[in-house]
Design a protein around this ligand. Structure first.
Ligand SMILES: Nc1ncnc2c1ncn2[C@@H]1O[C@H](COP(=O)(O)OP(=O)(O)OP(=O)(O)O)[C@@H](O)[C@H]1O
Length: 607
């Protein structure tokens, strides 16, 4: 029989979830073994209690056979088995909870580290909220899977099997009658789940809406308040919140009106049936003990059945969530460029080449050499066409062009965010993909359009975990003209800058971002529209900082504001992914009707 695709995917998800579960718990394997052993022992002891109770009643109380030491032994047995079982359950829970928590911790670390290594292309299609939810909520599902689902199921199954076996040993006729009535429990739980499932799904969806609305409102608070939309948003939130409340209420109603009463009623019916059947028999002394044991066992049969059935929907949800984490972990990470040995090999090759003075050594090579570069994000939609470009070391290069002309794409390729498959890019004479990651990141600095400051101190924002000395941090801040305003903050470099650097002005944030890039002493500095959001005065400061870098650092700056790159050694004008014009400002202004001239005049007019 052919297998349906959804069956395959459900099976694949289950397989993915359980293999991830195993991977996360691998270092704790021995705890798992102990937890199962405590669980089995506790269940067996719990089954033994009523058997000893029965012996006490049958052999001593009813026949008035007062063998005190044996009676005390049996009584102690009843009490002790219960106590020891509780103790073992505690031990099992400690082992299991520890294992589950550590598995979640390990998984979170795995997911976070993996996300950090993913290629930029992945983030083009990723949704931030969903990724965060993978790291926080979905990894938590692993804990649920261990503690709530698998162990409750295992526990309930062991208790059920043990209890049914004990009942069969006591009176197998009666056991069969009890078993015959049990499918009714399954029917009740099934009905409950049918009734409550829509409410559970609705409540879950609405809870995620509540989180979403809250995040959206906080993120866009300025727009929200500026548009006087507080009341409207408040109303929308209240409606969602009310919906969530109603859904939770229906879920609880299903529990209160159907599940509990029906099960209690069923318990009573079962009890009545057992008592009635005993009533039909000739009551011997032995029968009283069996009756006591049977009554003790009844609850232990129904409860595990409810637990097992109730866990199924939880199991399904946890498997789906865990499989989502597994899929994320299966995403291929960005290429790890040139392993250290390879890098050492390259360095040796280059040294040998230098000795031979072939003229293409790092010292003389262009800072950036691009040859016949073609690039498309999506097959068939080229963004860059046959681009060739040579940038000498220490030059200041401006890149301009209309929106969508490919400026940021070129920068992304220089930053190795995407692989350049057609054509080549070399930095200081070495092809991009032959430069080891660490060296590449040290050599190329980036100042993005959005400075992205951490909710940390000015020092930490410049250092970015590189362990730089105060002198290095200060030198970078001075070079970026950020030192004076940082030193004037109440705690200087140790001042917390607030979330997203909220304590600083937009221009100041950008200067901190420049300091951060310079702190790594890059040989090439890339600026992606770093001046587009700042005032003219700060732009002047940035220009001065860039001027001071001339000859020392190769600067490649994309700028919408042409004043930023007016003084560049060379300006490259991109048009639909091709180099349309190139030259210094004065040269480009000579081209009548040229793209640069038009862009410049338009900006002059606007100013
Ligand atoms: N991640 C991406 N996935 C698919 N297409 C993209 C992606 N980024 C940019 N593009 C497309 O590539 C083309 C060039 O975009 P790019 O961002 O490089 O232009 P730009 O010159 O930097 O524009 P702007 O000045 O507006 O930033 C555009 O058509 C854009 O739609």
């Amino acid at each position: 029989m052919p297998t349906k695709p959804e069956q395959i995917s459900a099976r694949r998800q289950t397989w993915q979830a359980f293999s991830l579960l195993r991977r996360a718990a691998l270092p704790d394997q021995h705890h798992l073994g102990w937890a199962v052993m405590w669980l089995v022992l506790a269940a067996l002891l719990e089954v033994m209690g009523p058997i000893m109770g029965k012996a006490l009643i049958d052999e001593h109380l009813l026949p008035h056979h007062l063998d005190w030491p044996r009676m005390a032994g049996l009584l102690a047995g009843v009490v002790l088995t219960g106590w020891i079982a509780s103790g073992l359950r505690y031990l099992q829970l400690v082992r299991l909870s520890g294992l589950a928590m550590r598995s979640v911790m390990r998984l979170r670390e795995m997911v976070y580290t993996h996300v950090l290594l993913l290629p930029m292309a992945f983030f083009d299609r990723a949704i931030t909220g969903q990724l965060v939810s993978r790291v926080t909520n979905d990894t938590e599902a692993v804990k649920t899977l261990y503690i709530q689902v698998l162990f409750v199921m295992l526990d309930s199954t062991i208790v059920l099997i043990g209890t049914v076996a004990a009942m069969a040993w006591l009176d197998w006729h009666l056991m069969l009658i009890v078993l015959a009535l049990l499918p009714a429990v399954l029917l009740i739980v099934w009905l409950y789940q049918r009734w409550s499932a829509p409410a559970v799904t609705r409540a879950r969806a609405l809870r995620s809406d509540i989180n979403g609305q809250m995040a959206e409102s906080i993120g866009g608070m300025s727009v929200l308040q500026a548009n006087n939309a507080e009341a409207r948003f408040g109303k929308r939130f209240a409606a969602t919140n009310q919906g969530h409340y109603t859904a939770r209420l229906s879920e609880l109603r299903a529990n209160a009106w159907l599940l509990r009463p029906a099960l209690d009623m069923f318990n009573i019916i079962l009890l009545a049936a057992v008592i009635y059947l005993f009533g039909q028999r000739e009551m011997t002394a032995a029968e009283v003990g069996v009756l006591y044991a049977f009554i003790s066992y009844l609850a232990r049969v129904i409860e595990p059945l409810i637990q097992i059935t109730m866990q199924f929907s939880q199991l399904q949800q946890s498997v789906v969530a865990t499989a989502r984490v597994a899929t994320l972990l299966d995403e291929a990470t960005a290429t790890e460029h040139a392993a250290p040995e390879h890098a050492a090999g390259l360095a040796a090759e280059r040294a040998a080449a230098n000795d031979g003075s072939n003229g293409n050594d790092e010292g003389n090579a262009a800072a950036v050499a691009i040859r016949h570069l073609n690039f498309a994000y999506n097959e068939g939609q080229p963004v860059l066409h046959d681009l060739s470009l040579e940038i000498p070391q220490g030059a200041f290069i401006g890149i301009v062009g209309h929106t969508g002309s490919g400026k940021s794409t070129l920068l992304s390729l220089l930053l190795r965010f995407y692989p350049a498959r057609h054509g080549s890019i070399a930095i200081h004479g070495v092809p991009l993909d032959a430069i080891p990651n660490d060296r590449f990141r040290a050599e190329v600095g980036l100042v993005p359009q959005d400075p992205f400051l951490l909710a940390a101190s000015a020092r930490e924002n410049i250092d970015m975990g590189r362990g730089l000395s105060q002198a290095q941090i200060e030198a970078a801040a001075r070079a970026a003209h950020a030192h004076d305003f940082i030193a004037a903050l109440d705690q200087g470099y140790d001042t917390a800058l607030g979330e997203g650097g909220s304590r600083l002005s937009v221009g100041q944030k950008q200067l901190v971002a420049i300091a951060r890039a310079l702190a790594g002493t890059p040989r090439i500095l890339l600026l992606d529209e770093a001046t587009s959001h700042i005032d003219s005065q700060t732009e002047q400061i940035v220009q001065t900082a860039l001027d001071e870098l001339r000859g020392k650092v190769t600067v490649i700056a994309i700028a919408h504001r042409l004043s930023t790159i007016r003084d560049a050694d060379r300006i490259i004008v991109l048009n639909h992914g091709r180099i349309a014009e190139t030259g210094a400002h004065e040269q480009l202004m000579q081209i009548d009707g040229g793209l640069y001239q038009r862009l410049y005049l338009l900006q002059q007019l606007a100013a």
